[in-house]
Design a protein around this ligand. Structure first.
Ligand SMILES: NC(=O)c1ccc[n+]([C@@H]2O[C@H](COP(=O)([O-])OP(=O)(O)OC[C@H]3O[C@@H](n4cnc5c(N)ncnc54)[C@H](OP(=O)(O)O)[C@@H]3O)[C@@H](O)[C@H]2O)c1
Length: 332
């Protein structure tokens, strides 16, 4: 699919971007793979470790529309991974988060349409479903922009879809590296905000594969949600520290006890496939003939039941402490 094609990844120096590019270069022969991000040091370090002739590095900010347009010249596929994603930082600096996550999203869309890109996938998060914090709210706005972009692009323009998933094991700034750091510093009891907390759990490799499959499956307008396991926070504490002792620190501003990926209110236009769900657009627009119960790979889905909710606390699949230990070892 990506042989002899050019791919641009906004946020290509991030956790997802680096893993995606590693996979891409090992399994395809792309003409160009463009990393688009702001910090020259992260790009320099990546350049040193990757050293691949197809790789290009563009310094740029998704807030800068003309720069994006230049970077997207002759690009076939775009993955929009750039984001501000720390919940407390977004609460404290709301307008900065809005500028990157919402205005940046619209800039990516406009540049993709102007430059005639073929397919675009934007990464979203479970925090965008029924959001309670600004980060989630900006990602929900971004999701809406990408889905509606199919309308502005017209029948022959680029097709846009969204991939939404939960916590990525071991990604930058996430709880697993944070807990390891605390243990290295000699902390006796790991902090827990609430004993009942659950989260969806996905590895970077699973995220990468799901995005690749979503490119193959997409018609445009879908929010793709993988079926993934959940974890209980106390199981995570035990898997990392070897004991079920913790310090209760109270729920943080903007934090939920559980996460949702397919909200109940979306059940009337969501489909279930073997290994994923698809939330379809609330309104029909660019192509009235798109039927989302069958995707481009020919896989057939069925409507979920009314009031169905894909919820981390009621998920059928929870990882055990031993499974969490294994995952932790392989993600280090
Ligand atoms: N990690 C998770 O647990 C998780 C879960 C669900 C969804 N997601 C979503 O997955 C995506 C990727 O996450 P990640 O974990 O790879 O994030 P990450 O490691 O924090 O990487 C973010 C990337 O975005 C770049 N970036 C930030 N602001 C930018 C801007 N204004 N313009 C251009 N580039 C910018 C960063 O580089 P510079 O700072 O150098 O610009 C970096 O390359 C995000 O959209 C996130 O919302 C992540």
């Amino acid at each position: 699919m990506f042989d002899n094609k050019s791919i641009l990844i906004t946020g290509g120096t991030g956790s997802f971007g680096k893993r995606f590019i590693t996979y891409l270069l090992a399994n395809f022969k792309p003409t160009r793979v463009v990393v688009f991000s702001r910090d020259e040091l992260k790009q320099f370090e990546m350049q040193q470790s990757f050293k691949h002739p197809s790789l290009r590095f563009f310094i740029g900010d998704v807030r800068d529309a003309p720069r994006l347009k230049t970077a997207l010249r002759d690009i076939d596929f775009v993955i929009h991974a750039a984001a501000l994603k720390q919940v407390p930082a977004a609460e404290y600096n709301p307008n900065e988060c809005i500028k990157t996550n919402i205005n940046g999203a619209q800039n990516v869309i406009d540049a993709c349409i102007e430059e005639g890109v073929h397919r675009v996938i934007a990464l979203s998060t479970d925090k965008a479903a029924n959001p309670v914090n600004l980060y989630g709210a900006t990602k929900l706005a971004s999701d809406k922009l990408f889905i509606a972009a199919n309308n502005i692009a017209g029948a022959s323009g680029p097709r846009f879809a969204v991939v939404r998933y939960g916590n990525v094991v071991g990604s930058r700034g996430s709880v697993v590296p944070f807990y390891h750091q605390l243990l290295e510093q000699g902390v006796e009891k790991l902090p827990v905000t609430h004993e009942g907390m659950t989260r969806f759990w996905i590895t970077l490799d699973e995220g990468v594969q799901f995005v690749l499959n979503s490119f193959k499956r997409m018609q445009g307008g879908e929010i793709f949600v993988p079926k993934i396991p959940s974890i209980r926070i106390l199981d995570l504490v035990e898997s990392i520290s070897g004991k079920r002792e913790y310090e209760l620190v109270g729920i943080r501003p903007g934090e939920k006890l559980h996460e949702v990926m397919v909200p109940q209110e979306m059940s009337h236009h969501s489909f279930e496939f073997d290994d994923h769900f698809v939330i379809t657009p609330a309104i029909k627009f660019f192509d009235k003939n798109v039927e989302y119960d069958k995707n481009k790979l020919g896989e057939v889905g069925k409507k979920v039941e009314e009031n169905f909710e894909y919820h981390s606390g009621t998920n059928h699949h929870f990882l055990t402490v031993d499974e969490l230990k294994e995952l932790d070892k392989s993600s280090l």
